[in-house]
Design a binder for this molecule. Structure first.
Ligand SMILES: [Zn+2]
Length: 98
């Protein structure tokens, strides 16, 4: 199985790239992307408003399904039980929970 991502080669130029799926580390999970969202920062990046981000994978908001879990991963970041097949929404801004 291969993964795919949208890669921006320069502002407003995109291509679909394939990559080998990573080996899942003991504390990690591997997700299948089910649905994505385009947010305001993605639009600024795509237009070239953030020159330091003008060549790379784009997008950071998604709903996914757990397809593989590391040996030591049993919960999500909030401590709730997690298993293969669960749908998740990754949090791209993690706080200290205080
Ligand atoms: Zn966003």
């Amino acid at each position: 199985m291969k993964g795919q991502l949208v890669w921006m080669t320069e502002p407003m130029k995109f291509e679909i790239r394939e990559y080998d799926l990573p080996k899942v580390e003991p504390e990690a999970v591997l997700l299948e992307v089910l649905q994505t969202n385009v947010c305001g920062s993605d639009l600024h990046i795509a237009k070239g408003d953030m020159p330091h981000l003008c060549n790379g994978g784009i997008g950071h908001e998604m709903v996914g399904r757990v397809i593989e879990m590391g040996d030591r991963r049993q919960t999500d970041s909030a401590g709730n039980p997690l298993k293969v097949g669960d749908r998740v929404v990754p949090c791209y801004l993690v706080t200290c929970n205080n």
